[in-house]
Design a protein around this ligand. Structure first.
Ligand code: PNS
Length: 162
């Protein structure tokens, strides 16, 4: 059987415990997970692509079958280039569904052989988003419950230097 490689794309600005939960669970289902930091043209990022990759690498270093990379291209084209036949998306609530469904269908038109699979977020993290993290950090609230321990200081440093 061929190696099952899944691409997990997102802005990850920054990675949250909700993202990490999806990565851990997906890593048990697939042979290899490629976490790909991508450009969402409707968002202005806090961290550069390279910084986001480095933050994620630090948090997944103990997961043997997870790789991290970035791309400023089209998601499905990139998935094909790296040999991933599955795209993983996390769904927190019904509000995520409309846009994700639209993207999955559009992506399927461009690359019909690549499947988008949705994973439900853990109920612990349904409220959580990178936007919540950035907003809390900007207002000096604790982000300890939201992001991996290893990257807390980087986020605080970044919001304070802006
Ligand atoms: O974490 P996000 O911001 O919800 O992730 C969205 C992301 C980056 C996966 C999406 O914007 C994306 O796929 N960007 C790459 C460019 C692309 O393929 N756009 C077409 C989507 S129909």
């Amino acid at each position: 059987m061929s190696t099952r490689i899944a691409l997990y794309p997102g802005s990850f600005d920054p990675i949250t415990l909700g993202h990490l939960n999806i990565i851990r669970r997906a890593a048990r289902v697939f042979d290899k997970i490629i976490v790909c930091v991508m450009v969402n043209s409707s968002k202005t990022p806090l961290f550069t692509l390279e910084e986001r990759v480095e933050l994620i690498e630090r948090t997944v270093s103990r997961l043997g079958n997870v790789e991290v990379e970035s791309s400023d291209g089209l998601l499905v084209k990139h998935a094909k280039e790296v040999g991933a036949n599955v795209i993983i998306k996390g769904l927190r609530a019904v509000s995520d569904f409309d846009w994700e469904f639209q993207m999955a269908l559009a992506n399927k038109v461009i690359e019909p052989e690549i499947e988008t699979l949705f994973m439900t977020s853990s109920s612990k993290y349904t409220y959580l988003s990178s936007t919540v993290v950035r907003e809390m950090a900007r207002h000096d609230a604790s982000i300890d419950e939201f992001v991996p321990r290893e990257i807390i200081q980087d986020i605080l440093n970044k919001v304070n230097q802006k």
